[in-house]
Design a protein around this ligand. Sequence first.
Ligand code: GLU
Length: 458
Amino acid sequence: MTDVFRCRFAPSPTGYLHVGSAQSALFNWLFARSTGGQFLLRIEDTDAERNRPELTDNILEMLQWLGLDWDGEPVHQSDRFDAYRAAADQLIASGAAYACDCTTEQVQARNKAAGGPPGYDGFCRDRGLEPGPGRALRFRTPDDGVTAWDDVVRGKVTFDNANLEDFVLLRSSGTPTFLLANAVDDDFMGITHVIRGEDHVNGTPKYLLIRAALGLVDQPQLAHLPLLVNEGRKKLSKRRDDVSVADYKAKGYLPEAMRNYLSLLGWGPPDGVEVRPIEELVELFRLEDVNPSPAFFDLKKLDYVNAEWIRRLDPADFVERAEAFLTDEAEREALRALGSLAQERMKVLSEMPEYFDWVHGPADDERSWEKAMKVPAAADLLDGAIAGYEDAPWDRDELHARFMDLAARLETSASKAQGPIRVAVTGRISGLPLFELLVHLGREETLARLRAGRARLG
Ligand code: GLU
Protein backbone atom coordinates (compact mmCIF):
# COMPACT_ATOMS: atom_id res chain seq x y z
CA MET A 1 0.00 0.00 0.00
CA THR A 2 1.21 3.46 -0.82
CA ASP A 3 0.21 6.58 0.99
CA VAL A 4 0.74 8.69 -2.11
CA PHE A 5 -2.22 9.04 -4.45
CA ARG A 6 -1.59 7.82 -7.95
CA CYS A 7 -3.74 8.47 -10.96
CA ARG A 8 -3.13 7.92 -14.62
CA PHE A 9 -4.10 9.09 -18.05
CA ALA A 10 -4.43 6.08 -20.34
CA PRO A 11 -4.88 7.14 -23.96
CA SER A 12 -5.26 4.70 -26.82
CA PRO A 13 -3.21 5.66 -29.90
CA THR A 14 -5.71 7.54 -32.04
CA GLY A 15 -3.39 9.99 -33.77
CA TYR A 16 -4.77 13.03 -31.96
CA LEU A 17 -5.72 14.25 -28.51
CA HIS A 18 -9.50 14.67 -28.27
CA VAL A 19 -10.64 17.62 -26.12
CA GLY A 20 -12.57 15.15 -23.95
CA SER A 21 -9.40 13.13 -23.40
CA ALA A 22 -7.52 16.34 -22.70
CA GLN A 23 -10.10 17.13 -20.03
CA SER A 24 -9.52 13.67 -18.48
CA ALA A 25 -5.76 14.21 -18.59
CA LEU A 26 -6.12 17.65 -17.04
CA PHE A 27 -8.39 16.50 -14.20
CA ASN A 28 -5.98 13.66 -13.43
CA TRP A 29 -3.11 16.12 -13.46
CA LEU A 30 -4.98 18.64 -11.27
CA PHE A 31 -5.85 15.88 -8.85
CA ALA A 32 -2.25 14.65 -8.64
CA ARG A 33 -0.74 18.12 -8.32
CA SER A 34 -3.31 19.27 -5.76
CA THR A 35 -2.85 16.21 -3.54
CA GLY A 36 0.91 15.85 -3.87
CA GLY A 37 0.32 12.60 -5.74
CA GLN A 38 1.61 11.20 -8.99
CA PHE A 39 0.27 11.62 -12.49
CA LEU A 40 1.23 8.58 -14.56
CA LEU A 41 0.87 7.93 -18.24
CA ARG A 42 -0.04 4.66 -19.88
CA ILE A 43 -0.32 4.08 -23.60
CA GLU A 44 -3.05 1.52 -24.27
CA ASP A 45 -1.55 0.12 -27.45
CA THR A 46 -2.44 -3.56 -27.33
CA ASP A 47 -4.02 -3.30 -30.76
CA ALA A 48 -1.18 -4.20 -33.16
CA GLU A 49 -2.65 -2.12 -35.94
CA ARG A 50 -2.69 0.97 -33.82
CA ASN A 51 0.70 0.42 -32.33
CA ARG A 52 2.52 2.98 -34.47
CA PRO A 53 4.47 5.86 -32.95
CA GLU A 54 2.81 8.49 -35.10
CA LEU A 55 -0.51 7.62 -33.46
CA THR A 56 0.88 8.45 -30.02
CA ASP A 57 3.27 11.30 -30.82
CA ASN A 58 0.60 13.95 -31.23
CA ILE A 59 -1.05 12.93 -27.97
CA LEU A 60 2.19 13.35 -26.02
CA GLU A 61 3.00 16.56 -27.84
CA MET A 62 -0.37 18.06 -26.96
CA LEU A 63 -0.06 17.03 -23.30
CA GLN A 64 3.29 18.80 -23.23
CA TRP A 65 1.85 21.82 -25.00
CA LEU A 66 -0.86 22.01 -22.34
CA GLY A 67 1.82 21.79 -19.65
CA LEU A 68 0.50 18.48 -18.27
CA ASP A 69 3.79 16.92 -17.26
CA TRP A 70 3.66 13.30 -16.16
CA ASP A 71 5.73 11.49 -13.57
CA GLY A 72 8.20 8.82 -14.65
CA GLU A 73 8.30 7.00 -17.95
CA PRO A 74 5.05 6.14 -19.75
CA VAL A 75 3.99 2.50 -19.51
CA HIS A 76 3.28 0.87 -22.87
CA GLN A 77 0.82 -1.98 -22.81
CA SER A 78 2.49 -3.45 -25.88
CA ASP A 79 5.44 -4.28 -23.58
CA ARG A 80 3.26 -6.15 -21.12
CA PHE A 81 1.65 -9.05 -22.96
CA ASP A 82 3.27 -11.56 -20.59
CA ALA A 83 1.51 -9.97 -17.63
CA TYR A 84 -1.89 -10.17 -19.36
CA ARG A 85 -1.22 -13.79 -20.30
CA ALA A 86 -0.32 -14.59 -16.68
CA ALA A 87 -3.50 -12.90 -15.41
CA ALA A 88 -5.52 -14.87 -17.97
CA ASP A 89 -3.92 -18.12 -16.80
CA GLN A 90 -4.77 -17.27 -13.21
CA LEU A 91 -8.41 -16.68 -14.17
CA ILE A 92 -8.54 -19.97 -16.08
CA ALA A 93 -7.05 -21.83 -13.14
CA SER A 94 -9.57 -20.44 -10.69
CA GLY A 95 -12.49 -21.14 -13.02
CA ALA A 96 -13.29 -17.44 -13.45
CA ALA A 97 -12.63 -17.67 -17.19
CA TYR A 98 -13.36 -20.23 -19.88
CA ALA A 99 -12.47 -20.87 -23.49
CA CYS A 100 -14.99 -20.18 -26.23
CA ASP A 101 -14.90 -21.03 -29.91
CA CYS A 102 -18.12 -19.33 -31.01
CA THR A 103 -17.93 -16.98 -33.97
CA THR A 104 -19.78 -13.66 -33.88
CA GLU A 105 -22.11 -14.98 -36.58
CA GLN A 106 -23.00 -18.03 -34.52
CA VAL A 107 -23.74 -15.92 -31.46
CA GLN A 108 -25.91 -13.57 -33.49
CA ALA A 109 -27.79 -16.42 -35.16
CA ARG A 110 -28.57 -18.02 -31.79
CA ASN A 111 -29.73 -14.72 -30.33
CA LYS A 112 -31.99 -14.19 -33.31
CA ALA A 113 -33.47 -17.67 -33.13
CA ALA A 114 -34.08 -17.37 -29.40
CA GLY A 115 -35.41 -13.83 -29.74
CA GLY A 116 -33.12 -12.98 -26.84
CA PRO A 117 -31.14 -9.83 -26.13
CA PRO A 118 -27.90 -9.12 -28.01
CA GLY A 119 -24.67 -10.20 -26.36
CA TYR A 120 -23.06 -13.49 -25.57
CA ASP A 121 -25.46 -16.26 -24.48
CA GLY A 122 -23.03 -18.35 -22.40
CA PHE A 123 -22.97 -21.16 -24.94
CA CYS A 124 -19.43 -22.37 -24.07
CA ARG A 125 -19.68 -21.80 -20.33
CA ASP A 126 -19.80 -25.42 -19.39
CA ARG A 127 -18.38 -27.09 -22.47
CA GLY A 128 -15.00 -27.48 -20.80
CA LEU A 129 -13.06 -26.44 -23.92
CA GLU A 130 -9.30 -26.44 -23.57
CA PRO A 131 -8.03 -22.81 -23.87
CA GLY A 132 -5.68 -22.29 -26.77
CA PRO A 133 -5.05 -20.73 -30.18
CA GLY A 134 -8.18 -19.92 -32.11
CA ARG A 135 -10.27 -19.77 -28.96
CA ALA A 136 -11.30 -16.67 -27.10
CA LEU A 137 -11.21 -16.49 -23.35
CA ARG A 138 -14.37 -15.26 -21.64
CA PHE A 139 -15.04 -14.08 -18.12
CA ARG A 140 -17.72 -15.98 -16.25
CA THR A 141 -19.86 -13.16 -14.84
CA PRO A 142 -21.99 -13.93 -11.77
CA ASP A 143 -25.61 -14.81 -12.54
CA ASP A 144 -27.06 -12.82 -9.70
CA GLY A 145 -26.17 -10.09 -7.26
CA VAL A 146 -24.91 -6.63 -8.13
CA THR A 147 -21.61 -4.95 -8.83
CA ALA A 148 -21.50 -1.46 -7.39
CA TRP A 149 -19.10 1.30 -6.46
CA ASP A 150 -19.13 4.75 -4.88
CA ASP A 151 -18.12 7.01 -7.71
CA VAL A 152 -16.37 10.15 -6.49
CA VAL A 153 -18.30 12.19 -9.07
CA ARG A 154 -21.53 10.21 -9.51
CA GLY A 155 -22.18 8.71 -6.10
CA LYS A 156 -23.36 5.13 -5.86
CA VAL A 157 -23.50 3.31 -9.21
CA THR A 158 -25.01 -0.18 -9.32
CA PHE A 159 -25.19 -2.80 -12.09
CA ASP A 160 -27.16 -6.04 -11.94
CA ASN A 161 -24.75 -8.88 -12.68
CA ALA A 162 -27.51 -10.70 -14.55
CA ASN A 163 -27.27 -7.98 -17.20
CA LEU A 164 -23.53 -8.43 -17.75
CA GLU A 165 -22.60 -10.83 -20.53
CA ASP A 166 -19.63 -13.18 -20.30
CA PHE A 167 -17.23 -10.73 -21.91
CA VAL A 168 -13.98 -11.46 -23.73
CA LEU A 169 -10.62 -11.25 -21.92
CA LEU A 170 -8.40 -12.66 -24.67
CA ARG A 171 -9.39 -12.64 -28.31
CA SER A 172 -9.08 -15.81 -30.38
CA SER A 173 -5.83 -14.29 -31.69
CA GLY A 174 -4.52 -14.36 -28.12
CA THR A 175 -4.39 -10.56 -27.71
CA PRO A 176 -5.85 -9.13 -24.52
CA THR A 177 -8.91 -6.90 -24.60
CA PHE A 178 -8.91 -3.41 -23.18
CA LEU A 179 -10.81 -4.60 -20.09
CA LEU A 180 -8.21 -7.17 -19.04
CA ALA A 181 -5.14 -5.05 -19.77
CA ASN A 182 -6.69 -2.00 -18.12
CA ALA A 183 -7.55 -3.86 -14.89
CA VAL A 184 -4.17 -5.59 -14.69
CA ASP A 185 -2.21 -2.40 -15.28
CA ASP A 186 -4.05 -0.26 -12.78
CA ASP A 187 -2.92 -2.77 -10.19
CA PHE A 188 0.61 -3.00 -11.63
CA MET A 189 0.98 0.78 -11.53
CA GLY A 190 -0.46 1.07 -8.03
CA ILE A 191 -3.27 3.33 -9.20
CA THR A 192 -5.33 4.68 -6.30
CA HIS A 193 -7.67 6.90 -8.35
CA VAL A 194 -9.15 6.08 -11.74
CA ILE A 195 -10.35 9.36 -13.23
CA ARG A 196 -11.76 9.00 -16.73
CA GLY A 197 -14.58 9.85 -19.10
CA GLU A 198 -18.15 8.82 -18.49
CA ASP A 199 -18.02 6.55 -21.57
CA HIS A 200 -16.21 4.08 -19.31
CA VAL A 201 -19.00 3.78 -16.72
CA ASN A 202 -20.58 0.77 -18.46
CA GLY A 203 -17.28 -1.11 -18.56
CA THR A 204 -16.54 -0.46 -14.91
CA PRO A 205 -18.49 -3.41 -13.42
CA LYS A 206 -16.46 -5.71 -15.69
CA TYR A 207 -13.27 -4.01 -14.57
CA LEU A 208 -14.27 -4.54 -10.94
CA LEU A 209 -15.21 -8.19 -11.49
CA ILE A 210 -11.84 -8.90 -13.13
CA ARG A 211 -10.03 -7.25 -10.24
CA ALA A 212 -11.99 -9.21 -7.66
CA ALA A 213 -11.37 -12.50 -9.50
CA LEU A 214 -7.64 -11.72 -9.55
CA GLY A 215 -7.79 -11.21 -5.80
CA LEU A 216 -6.94 -7.52 -5.97
CA VAL A 217 -8.45 -6.06 -2.84
CA ASP A 218 -7.18 -2.47 -2.77
CA GLN A 219 -9.86 -1.13 -5.05
CA PRO A 220 -9.06 2.31 -6.48
CA GLN A 221 -11.45 5.20 -6.13
CA LEU A 222 -13.38 5.67 -9.35
CA ALA A 223 -14.36 9.05 -10.74
CA HIS A 224 -16.20 9.36 -14.04
CA LEU A 225 -16.06 12.83 -15.52
CA PRO A 226 -18.93 14.52 -17.34
CA LEU A 227 -19.51 14.04 -21.03
CA LEU A 228 -18.70 17.05 -23.23
CA VAL A 229 -21.58 18.20 -25.41
CA ASN A 230 -21.98 20.79 -28.16
CA GLU A 231 -24.55 23.57 -28.58
CA GLY A 232 -27.21 21.03 -29.55
CA ARG A 233 -26.52 19.11 -26.31
CA LYS A 234 -25.07 16.31 -28.44
CA LYS A 235 -21.90 14.46 -27.59
CA LEU A 236 -18.97 16.13 -29.38
CA SER A 237 -18.33 14.30 -32.61
CA LYS A 238 -15.34 14.34 -34.88
CA ARG A 239 -17.58 14.88 -37.87
CA ARG A 240 -19.51 17.86 -36.52
CA ASP A 241 -17.18 19.53 -34.08
CA ASP A 242 -13.55 20.49 -33.77
CA VAL A 243 -12.41 17.88 -31.28
CA SER A 244 -8.65 17.76 -31.73
CA VAL A 245 -6.56 19.84 -29.34
CA ALA A 246 -4.09 20.31 -32.21
CA ASP A 247 -6.81 22.14 -34.18
CA TYR A 248 -7.23 24.62 -31.35
CA LYS A 249 -3.50 25.13 -31.16
CA ALA A 250 -3.43 25.79 -34.90
CA LYS A 251 -6.21 28.33 -34.55
CA GLY A 252 -4.24 30.33 -32.06
CA TYR A 253 -5.65 29.32 -28.73
CA LEU A 254 -3.03 29.62 -26.02
CA PRO A 255 -2.19 26.56 -23.95
CA GLU A 256 -2.82 28.62 -20.80
CA ALA A 257 -6.32 29.43 -22.05
CA MET A 258 -7.07 25.96 -23.29
CA ARG A 259 -6.26 24.26 -20.01
CA ASN A 260 -7.96 27.00 -18.00
CA TYR A 261 -11.09 26.55 -20.10
CA LEU A 262 -10.99 22.74 -19.93
CA SER A 263 -10.76 22.95 -16.14
CA LEU A 264 -14.14 24.71 -16.13
CA LEU A 265 -15.96 21.85 -17.83
CA GLY A 266 -17.76 20.16 -14.96
CA TRP A 267 -15.87 22.02 -12.30
CA GLY A 268 -15.34 25.61 -11.19
CA PRO A 269 -13.39 27.38 -8.47
CA PRO A 270 -15.59 27.90 -5.40
CA ASP A 271 -15.13 31.69 -5.47
CA GLY A 272 -16.38 31.89 -9.07
CA VAL A 273 -13.18 33.50 -10.44
CA GLU A 274 -12.76 31.41 -13.55
CA VAL A 275 -9.86 32.90 -15.47
CA ARG A 276 -6.79 32.46 -13.33
CA PRO A 277 -3.31 30.95 -13.24
CA ILE A 278 -2.94 27.21 -13.19
CA GLU A 279 -1.22 27.32 -9.79
CA GLU A 280 -4.43 28.71 -8.30
CA LEU A 281 -6.54 26.09 -10.05
CA VAL A 282 -4.30 23.40 -8.58
CA GLU A 283 -4.74 24.94 -5.17
CA LEU A 284 -8.55 25.00 -5.44
CA PHE A 285 -9.26 21.79 -7.33
CA ARG A 286 -11.25 19.07 -5.58
CA LEU A 287 -12.30 15.91 -7.38
CA GLU A 288 -15.36 15.64 -5.11
CA ASP A 289 -16.66 18.94 -6.51
CA VAL A 290 -16.82 17.74 -10.12
CA ASN A 291 -20.36 17.82 -11.45
CA PRO A 292 -21.61 14.71 -13.28
CA SER A 293 -24.00 16.54 -15.65
CA PRO A 294 -22.93 16.86 -19.29
CA ALA A 295 -20.72 19.93 -19.75
CA PHE A 296 -21.29 22.33 -22.63
CA PHE A 297 -18.15 22.85 -24.70
CA ASP A 298 -18.89 26.51 -25.33
CA LEU A 299 -16.74 27.97 -28.09
CA LYS A 300 -17.78 31.54 -27.24
CA LYS A 301 -16.63 31.12 -23.70
CA LEU A 302 -13.40 29.56 -24.90
CA ASP A 303 -12.85 32.66 -27.06
CA TYR A 304 -13.49 34.87 -24.07
CA VAL A 305 -11.03 32.94 -21.90
CA ASN A 306 -8.46 33.02 -24.70
CA ALA A 307 -8.83 36.78 -25.18
CA GLU A 308 -8.28 37.21 -21.45
CA TRP A 309 -5.14 35.14 -21.56
CA ILE A 310 -3.84 36.97 -24.61
CA ARG A 311 -4.22 40.27 -22.72
CA ARG A 312 -2.37 38.83 -19.74
CA LEU A 313 0.72 37.92 -21.74
CA ASP A 314 3.84 39.93 -21.29
CA PRO A 315 3.92 42.18 -24.44
CA ALA A 316 7.17 40.72 -25.74
CA ASP A 317 5.82 37.23 -25.24
CA PHE A 318 2.64 38.18 -27.08
CA VAL A 319 4.60 39.46 -30.07
CA GLU A 320 6.70 36.34 -30.18
CA ARG A 321 3.70 34.02 -30.12
CA ALA A 322 1.70 36.16 -32.52
CA GLU A 323 4.56 36.31 -35.02
CA ALA A 324 4.22 32.60 -35.57
CA PHE A 325 0.84 33.33 -37.16
CA LEU A 326 2.25 35.78 -39.72
CA THR A 327 4.40 34.60 -42.60
CA ASP A 328 5.03 38.00 -44.13
CA GLU A 329 7.95 40.10 -42.92
CA ALA A 330 6.21 43.47 -43.47
CA GLU A 331 3.25 42.27 -41.44
CA ARG A 332 5.59 41.09 -38.70
CA GLU A 333 7.25 44.49 -38.64
CA ALA A 334 3.86 46.14 -38.21
CA LEU A 335 3.10 43.70 -35.42
CA ARG A 336 6.29 44.63 -33.61
CA ALA A 337 5.36 48.32 -33.91
CA LEU A 338 1.67 48.02 -33.00
CA GLY A 339 1.68 44.79 -31.00
CA SER A 340 0.11 46.03 -27.79
CA LEU A 341 -2.86 47.47 -29.72
CA ALA A 342 -3.50 44.09 -31.30
CA GLN A 343 -3.01 42.32 -27.99
CA GLU A 344 -5.92 44.22 -26.45
CA ARG A 345 -8.29 43.22 -29.24
CA MET A 346 -7.63 39.68 -30.39
CA LYS A 347 -9.63 36.59 -29.49
CA VAL A 348 -7.44 34.03 -31.25
CA LEU A 349 -4.01 34.41 -32.78
CA SER A 350 -5.17 33.12 -36.15
CA GLU A 351 -6.86 36.53 -36.54
CA MET A 352 -3.40 38.02 -36.95
CA PRO A 353 -3.36 38.22 -40.77
CA GLU A 354 -6.72 40.04 -40.69
CA TYR A 355 -5.28 42.62 -38.32
CA PHE A 356 -2.14 43.24 -40.35
CA ASP A 357 -2.84 42.55 -44.02
CA TRP A 358 -3.38 46.29 -44.65
CA VAL A 359 0.38 46.73 -44.84
CA HIS A 360 0.21 45.50 -48.45
CA GLY A 361 -2.80 47.56 -49.51
CA PRO A 362 -6.48 47.79 -48.65
CA ALA A 363 -8.13 44.39 -48.18
CA ASP A 364 -10.73 43.50 -50.77
CA ASP A 365 -13.88 43.62 -48.66
CA GLU A 366 -16.95 44.83 -50.53
CA ARG A 367 -19.22 44.84 -47.50
CA SER A 368 -16.90 47.05 -45.48
CA TRP A 369 -16.71 49.47 -48.41
CA GLU A 370 -20.52 49.65 -48.80
CA LYS A 371 -21.05 50.15 -45.12
CA ALA A 372 -18.45 52.86 -44.65
CA MET A 373 -19.11 54.83 -47.81
CA LYS A 374 -22.84 55.24 -47.28
CA VAL A 375 -22.08 58.03 -44.79
CA PRO A 376 -23.40 61.17 -46.62
CA ALA A 377 -20.16 63.09 -46.09
CA ALA A 378 -17.91 60.24 -47.31
CA ALA A 379 -16.45 62.15 -50.27
CA ASP A 380 -15.94 65.32 -48.21
CA LEU A 381 -14.31 63.30 -45.45
CA LEU A 382 -11.81 61.78 -47.85
CA ASP A 383 -11.10 65.17 -49.48
CA GLY A 384 -10.69 66.77 -46.06
CA ALA A 385 -8.37 64.04 -44.82
CA ILE A 386 -6.22 64.29 -47.93
CA ALA A 387 -5.93 68.05 -47.56
CA GLY A 388 -5.30 67.88 -43.80
CA TYR A 389 -2.72 65.12 -43.96
CA GLU A 390 -0.63 66.55 -46.78
CA ASP A 391 1.25 68.81 -44.38
CA ALA A 392 0.38 67.41 -40.92
CA PRO A 393 3.26 66.52 -38.62
CA TRP A 394 3.17 62.73 -38.86
CA ASP A 395 2.29 61.71 -35.34
CA ARG A 396 -0.73 60.11 -33.79
CA ASP A 397 -2.07 63.10 -31.83
CA GLU A 398 -1.77 65.48 -34.74
CA LEU A 399 -3.48 63.08 -37.15
CA HIS A 400 -6.21 62.56 -34.62
CA ALA A 401 -6.69 66.29 -33.94
CA ARG A 402 -6.98 67.13 -37.62
CA PHE A 403 -9.48 64.34 -38.09
CA MET A 404 -11.59 65.59 -35.16
CA ASP A 405 -11.67 69.10 -36.65
CA LEU A 406 -12.73 67.69 -39.97
CA ALA A 407 -15.50 65.55 -38.45
CA ALA A 408 -16.80 68.57 -36.52
CA ARG A 409 -16.76 70.73 -39.65
CA LEU A 410 -18.75 68.13 -41.54
CA GLU A 411 -21.09 67.59 -38.58
CA THR A 412 -20.40 63.86 -38.55
CA SER A 413 -19.83 61.83 -35.42
CA ALA A 414 -16.24 60.72 -34.92
CA SER A 415 -17.11 57.04 -35.13
CA LYS A 416 -19.03 57.43 -38.41
CA ALA A 417 -16.42 59.75 -39.86
CA GLN A 418 -13.62 57.22 -39.33
CA GLY A 419 -15.32 54.68 -41.59
CA PRO A 420 -14.50 56.07 -45.04
CA ILE A 421 -10.90 56.84 -44.06
CA ARG A 422 -10.35 53.47 -42.47
CA VAL A 423 -11.84 51.54 -45.36
CA ALA A 424 -9.97 53.57 -48.00
CA VAL A 425 -6.71 52.81 -46.20
CA THR A 426 -7.20 49.26 -44.83
CA GLY A 427 -10.19 47.92 -46.73
CA ARG A 428 -11.84 46.90 -43.47
CA ILE A 429 -14.45 48.58 -41.31
CA SER A 430 -12.77 47.47 -38.09
CA GLY A 431 -9.27 46.71 -36.91
CA LEU A 432 -6.43 48.38 -35.07
CA PRO A 433 -6.76 51.98 -33.85
CA LEU A 434 -6.72 54.10 -37.00
CA PHE A 435 -4.25 56.86 -36.23
CA GLU A 436 -1.52 54.61 -34.88
CA LEU A 437 -1.95 52.53 -37.98
CA LEU A 438 -1.59 55.61 -40.25
CA VAL A 439 1.58 56.61 -38.45
CA HIS A 440 3.05 53.19 -39.21
CA LEU A 441 1.96 53.32 -42.82
CA GLY A 442 3.54 56.72 -43.43
CA ARG A 443 2.33 59.87 -45.15
CA GLU A 444 2.97 58.92 -48.74
CA GLU A 445 1.23 55.56 -48.63
CA THR A 446 -1.68 56.93 -46.59
CA LEU A 447 -2.29 59.75 -49.05
CA ALA A 448 -2.01 57.41 -52.03
CA ARG A 449 -4.65 55.13 -50.58
CA LEU A 450 -6.96 57.98 -49.60
CA ARG A 451 -6.74 59.35 -53.15
CA ALA A 452 -7.41 55.95 -54.67
CA GLY A 453 -10.41 55.55 -52.39
CA ARG A 454 -11.67 59.00 -53.33
CA ALA A 455 -11.32 58.17 -57.02
CA ARG A 456 -13.20 54.92 -56.59
CA LEU A 457 -16.00 56.76 -54.81
CA GLY A 458 -16.34 59.05 -57.86
N1 GLU B 1 -7.72 3.87 -23.22
C1 GLU B 1 -8.98 4.37 -22.77
C2 GLU B 1 -9.44 5.46 -23.71
O1 GLU B 1 -8.63 5.98 -24.45
C3 GLU B 1 -8.94 4.95 -21.37
C4 GLU B 1 -9.13 3.94 -20.34
C5 GLU B 1 -9.15 4.44 -18.92
O2 GLU B 1 -8.91 5.63 -18.66
O3 GLU B 1 -9.38 3.63 -18.05
O4 GLU B 1 -10.61 5.78 -23.70
